[in-house]
Design a binder for this molecule. Structure first.
Ligand code: GLA
Length: 429
């Protein structure tokens, strides 16, 4: 009876992704931002893309508190492959850099209590020019499952833009068919958004009934039903201007995309670059706070052997992680900008009659001193309770305020203040 019920449920969902994974934004470590396609192991033996690098990072994640804080995926990005498939048409790793093979590496990562992720590309080649999955989707899905892969980042280079949506949906079906739960990270909007792909054409007649502000948008309903997370926009680079450009895109498009994010399916503004070369300490806190508010996947990309403790502490800050991992899974939004300070809010738990909120104040000011902003919670739409308990996440402080009371917030140049506001409810009522 149960199996019949499951079949009915499965059939009625039309093969939609239903792997029960990523109920909160995925967390982990991925090599791309910090190590890119560094394959010269003679010149850079400790940094090249090789099994040694991933084993060392797995050790660090397990031993230095990252796994304990929730960063539970170790994900290989591009440049792990050999130039050719094997005689059975299966992908294989570069044999010099991965002499033990991917299954052995996956076993090692699992032995540390971590989950194992890998990268491939829907098109004919990966972005760095290695073999693509086009024409091999079913084989690749099965190969990844056989290797014990728990997370697949499927990129979209060297592919026809019109093929992306049906192709990614097909790959999702093949992943489901393997029977192994695999977090499915898609990239198709990151290729369609900048080009303004047309969705209302003959093959997508259903979509033509929907109201779009423009006919040139990716199909976010299909994304939500197919993928656990998806890259929407540009690659992150190691600069503050790049972080602010990504924030600009996400806030400008929030009314169109935020509703599609939620437990099991997330918008992905790309990796955390904290601890590398481009962000100051204050900017690093700002990236962490804003990624938490956006319910973004928290995928670090930093050398865990050499990261300075103050950056490590940001990545491991339990209060920020708690905001990001809040079970409601609501993507926060930019509410207003006051005196060049962006104010973002995200409803979080507890919600016992009135929601709690995380509130991020991000300064775009560069005028050289912590700017004092006077604001009330009610001004920010936080007015469902009369009184709130305010806590400062990075700078421990607690106080009680009524919704119309002015609170003073001092925000450092290109820095952030991150507060939580929890309703104080009159239990007598
Ligand atoms: C694209 C992706 C990046 C990374 C590279 C690898 O640019 O967006 O995140 O995976 O490809 O080549």
């Amino acid at each position: 009876m149960l199996s019949l019920l499951l079949i009915v449920v499965f059939a009625s969902r039309g093969f939609a992704l239903d792997n029960g994974l990523a109920l909160t934004p995925p967390m982990g470590w991925m090599h791309w931002q910090r190590f890119r396609c560094l394959i010269d192991c003679d010149a850079y033996p400790d940094e090249c893309i090789s099994e040694n690098l991933f084993k060392t990072m797995a050790d660090k994640m397990a031993e230095e508190g990252y796994l304990g804080a929730g960063y539970d995926h170790l994900i290989i990005d591009d440049c792990w492959m050999g130039e050719h498939r094997d005689a059975q048409g299966r992908l294989q790793p570069n044999s010099t850099r991965f002499p033990s093979g991917i299954k052995a590496l996956s076993d090692y990562v699992h032995s540390k209590g971590l989950k194992f992720g890998i990268y491939s590309d829907y098109g004919t080649k990966t972005c760095a020019g290695y073999p693509g999955s086009h024409g091999h989707l079913e084989t690749d899905a099965q190969t990844f499952a056989d290797w014990g892969v728990d997370y697949l980042k499927l990129d979209g280079c060297y592919a026809d833009l019109d093929d992306l949506e049906p192709g990614y949906i097909q790959m999702g079906k093949y992943l489901n068919q393997t029977g192994r739960p695999i977090v499915y990270s898609c990239s198709w909007p990151a290729y369609q958004e900048p080009k303004g792909i047309k969705v209302c054409n003959q093959s997508y007649t259903v979509l033509c009934n929907q109201t779009y502000t423009s006919l040139f948008q990716p199909n976010y309903t299909a994304l939500r039903d197919t993928c656990n997370l998806w890259r929407n926009w540009d690659d992150i680079d190691d600069t503050w201007s790049n972080v602010t450009n990504i924030l600009k895109w996400f806030s400008e498009n929030q009314d169109r995309i935020a509703e599609f994010s939620g437990p099991g399916h997330w918008n992905d503004p790309d990796m955390l670059i904290i601890g590398n070369f481009g962000l100051s300490y204050e900017q690093s806190k700002a990236q962490m706070a804003l990624w938490a508010i956006m319910a973004a996947p928290l995928i670090m990309s930093v050398d865990l052997r050499t990261i300075e403790p103050k950056f490590r502490d940001i990545l491991l800050n339990r209060e920020v992680i708690k905001i990001n991992q809040d079970a409601l899974g609501i993507q926060g939004r930019l509410i207003t900008t006051i005196k060049k300070i962006d104010v973002w809010t995200k409803p979080i738990l507890p919600n016992e009659g009135a929601p709690s909120y995380a509130v991020g104040f991000l300064s775009n000011r560069v005028d050289g001193y912590p700017y004092r902003l006077n604001v009330t919670l009610a001004q920010l739409g936080i007015n469902q309770a009369e009184k709130y308990k305010i806590q400062d996440v990075f700078d421990p402080m607690t106080r009680e305020v009524s919704q119309n009371e002015t609170i003073f917030v001092r925000v450092k140049p290109t820095g952030v203040v991150l507060l939580t506001a929890t309703p104080i409810l009159d239990k007598q009522k």
